[in-house]
Design a protein around this ligand. Structure first.
Ligand code: NAP
Length: 485
């Protein structure tokens, strides 16, 4: 797929066809590393959103009855084709989201793994028979696809978030209408090109790029859509959840986070620093599970900070297409402004900049939205950075003394997505991970987006999870059939 001009802009994919939006309306996609327009994409509104539901509702009649083995076979083909197209997909992710190419390649592989896992799970949907109190009755609980599903996804992992939503839905027998983020529609479009080549029946997967509230409101008010699966901010998630309540639509919500990392003085410090730096600066800190508050036990805080500083000094900032870049740009100007305001607020309230602390505008990065990898120490709970998602390359270090104190501080947030602890004490690892009010806890581990695990949050970080053995559960309903014989 080449990046095209406005004359040959990218279209919507509805009912197996590439179609224009009304009056050929388009919006621009910008490379955040250069602030240049790189593509024009069809701007769908209510009309296109409704056409997509028409297609998904019609296709549901046959797709939900298609044998699971056949659905799984198509998904295996999709998995193979995604990997064949890995490099092109990765380059698109880098161009539209700014992510370094090596990280974009990992994202494609990770997304593909979800397609494969859900293809495997498609054939493992089991009903139940239950003995009745009455000898003349036979009781049967059957699993059925929930119906046509609407999916809305964010820009920070533009490919894998789509794979994580589409693949369990179609594995369960649902059809789907998808709206990707406006900043990053190109990898989504490529995904649909690949799906079209694989030969999914028309209407099973439909793509509508365009105006978020027009598309979202249309889908939420259409009774034929039986479920919404959303990944994005808690604020937008809450709004969609309220609207979904009107028709009792099923919801899955993967929302924001504010991950605490607890570094105990008995940990393997070198291993902890390596993992924390890797996770913090991955995707320029723009991840829902990115470490947001790094609590380090007082006795090792100086040693930890020195080691982290050495690690950060090795990071190369630059355009993601440069092979040696480790940290790309923020997604846009407002993303950069948010990082600046959080750092300024922290410094005004007493934090110290260990390294970084400013935008980066050298070596070809003059026009993009780059910020230097930054470490702040002397951070405390009065600062914005200790409470709100910064979504940037800033590592804030806070100190603690006792287990009880740090558990209370770590839990003192409305978010509950991911938390991390570093310790070699087995008993402490169990006690603390059980006391943390989070959907996911990494113990000496920051790699949580593993397909075999259940990725999801509690409290205001979401409802439901993606991946793992229960991955199809959210796309299935239980039907109870009681028969008198
Ligand atoms: P966002 O602003 O909430 O947007 C997410 C999606 O919702 C985008 O497609 C956006 O469209 C759409 N949207 C916005 N307003 C809408 C409306 N009124 N009706 C329907 N759709 C609407 O979030 P983001 O900035 O893209 O992503 C960052 C957030 O996602 C962070 O909070 C991060 O923690 C969270 N996240 C969570 C997970 C997880 O698994 N828990 C994973 C990744 C990201 P437009 O882009 O077109 O505005």
């Amino acid at each position: 797929m080449n990046i095209k001009t406005k004359q040959t802009y990218y279209k919507l994919f509805i009912n197996g066809e590439w179609v224009e939006a009304q009056e050929s309306a388009t919006f621009e996609v910008v490379d955040p590393a250069t602030n240049e327009v790189i593509a024009h994409v069809a701007k769908g509104e209510e009309k296109e959103a409704t056409l997509a539901v028409d297609a998904a509702a019609e296709a549901f009649k046959t797709w939900s009855k298609t044998p699971a083995r056949k659905r799984a076979n198509l998904m295996w083909d999709l998995y193979d084709k995604v990997l064949e197209n890995e490099e092109e997909l990765a380059q698109l992710i880098t161009k539209e989201a700014g992510k370094p190419l090596k990280q974009a390649r990992l994202e494609v592989k990770n997304g593909a793994e979800y397609i494969r896992w859900n293809a495997e799970e498609a054939r493992r949907v089991y009903g139940t028979t239950v003995e009745s109190t009455f000898p003349s009755k036979r009781l049967h609980i059957k699993k059925e696809a929930v119906g046509p599903v609407a999916a809305i996804t964010p820009w920070n992992f533009p490919f894998s978030m789509i794979a994580r939503k589409i693949s369990p839905a179609i594995a369960a027998g649902c059809t789907i209408v998808l709206k990707p983020a406006e900043q990053t529609p190109l990898s989504a479009i490529k995904f649909f090109e690949i799906a079209a080549e694989v030969g999914f029946p028309k209407g099973v997967m439909n793509l509508v790029t365009g105006t978020p509230n027009a598309i979202g409101d249309t889908w939420l008010s259409d009774k034929r859509i039986r479920k919404i699966t959303f990944t994005g901010s808690t604020a937008v998630g809450k709004m969609l959840y309220k609207k979904a309540a009107d028709q009792m639509k099923r919801v899955s919500m993967e929302l924001g986070g504010h991950a605490p990392v607890i570094v105990f003085d008995d940990c393997d410090l070198d291993a902890a620093v390596k993992q924390i730096a890797g996770s913090k600066f991955n995707n320029c800190g723009q991840a829902c599970i990115s470490p947001n508050r790094i609590y380090v036990q007082e006795s090792i805080i100086d040693e930890f900070t020195e080691k982290l500083e050495k690690m950060v000094a090795r990071l190369k900032v630059g355009h993601g297409l440069n092979d040696n870049s480790d940290v790309g740009p923020l997604i846009n100007a407002s993303g950069l402004e948010k990082v600046k305001s959080h750092v300024n607020d922290a410094v005004e309230k007493g934090a110290t900049v260990v390294t970084g602390g400013e935008p980066f505008a050298e070596n070809g990065c003059e026009n993009g939205f780059f910020y230097m990898p930054t470490i702040l120490k002397d951070v405390n709970e009065t600062m914005k950075i200790a409470n709100e998602e910064t979504f940037g390359p800033v590592a804030p270090i806070l100190s603690f003394t006792s287990d009880e104190e740090v558990i209370e501080k770590a839990n003192d947030t409305d978010y509950g997505l991911a938390a991390y602890i570093f310790t070699t004490n087995l008993s402490r690892s169990h006690k603390v991970s059980e006391a943390l009010e989070y959907g996911m806890v990494g113990v000496n581990d920051t790699l949580l987006a593993q397909v075999e695990g259940a990725f999801g949050g509690v409290k205001e970080s979401g409802i439901g999870s993606e991946g793992g053995p229960e991955t199809l559960r959210d796309f299935l309903e239980s039907k109870f059939i009681s028969t008198t014989i």
